[in-house]
Design a protein around this ligand. Structure first.
Ligand SMILES: Nc1nc2c(c(=O)[nH]1)N[C@H]1C(S)=C(S)[C@@H](COP(=O)(O)O)O[C@H]1N2
Ligand SMILES: [Mo]
Length: 203
């Protein structure tokens, strides 16, 4: 029996539906750390969150200002393109929809490019960006985000592969076309639906 078959059988034994696993994924209870480059040195006194592109006027919030937004809690399964999935992860933070309601986005807006320290970016269609579960999270499993998992704030978009969930997020650009981010320029799929196994350019 293959590793993947055993992994599904382990889930069944624990009373967890193995069909929650997208094709080609295995379940883990660990929380692997994955990123390009180094963990940024974060200084909250100079931290800002910037929204530019197709908005009425560019918006900038400091760390103190962004604390004024309402927050929610969310639970979701996450799926990394390197084949691990983790179930029932819990997060809190600012719903993406909350931030979006405060900006004057153009009716032409179709995609965002979400940006982080060190030039990392990921592109997401607006419809997926505004999905109900999505958060700009500052809390994971009831604790402040660990530096390696995106402190002080990361995006969480559970319906797409986890590379879209930008750690150390600093804002986004609103666009009227799709433009590749960091991994999308380096072979990863422009959209990245785990259940359609859209891992690489030709998937
Ligand atoms: N800023 C930034 N965000 C990032 C990455 C990165 O390299 N830089 N890697 C992505 C990838 S490929 C994955 S799988 C997840 C991993 O998140 P984790 O380390 O919290 O598990 O972060 C995503 N967000
Ligand atoms: Mo990843």
């Amino acid at each position: 029996m293959s590793f993947f078959d055993r992994n599904r059988r382990d889930l069944e034994r624990r009373g967890i539906d193995p069909d929650r696993l997208p094709p080609g994924q295995y379940h883990t209870d660990r929380f692997p750390v994955l990123h390009a480059g180094s963990v940024p040195d974060v200084d909250l006194s100079t931290w800002d969150f910037v929204i530019d592109g197709l908005v009425g006027s560019p918006t900038r919030w400091t760390w103190d200002e962004i604390q004024e937004f309402p927050t929610s809690d969310m639970m979701a399964d996450i799926h990394c393109v390197t084949k691990w999935s983790k179930f029932d992860t819990t997060w809190s933070g600012i719903p993406v929809r909350e931030l979006w309601s405060q900006i004057d986005a153009s009716p032409e807006a179709s995609h965002v490019l979400v940006k982080a320290y060190h030039g990392y970016a990921a592109n997401i269609p607006i419809e997926d960006f505004l999905a109900e579960k999505n958060l700009f999270a500052d809390t994971y499993e009831g604790e402040p985000l660990a530096p390696e998992h995106g402190y002080p704030m990361r995006l969480v978009v559970p319906r797409l592969y986890f590379w879209k969930s930008v750690k150390w997020v600093r804002g986004f650009t609103v666009m009227s076309e799709d433009r590749p981010g960091f991994w999308e320029q380096n072979g990863y799929h422009m959209y990245g639906d785990p259940f359609k196994e859209q891992r690489y350019w030709n998937d």
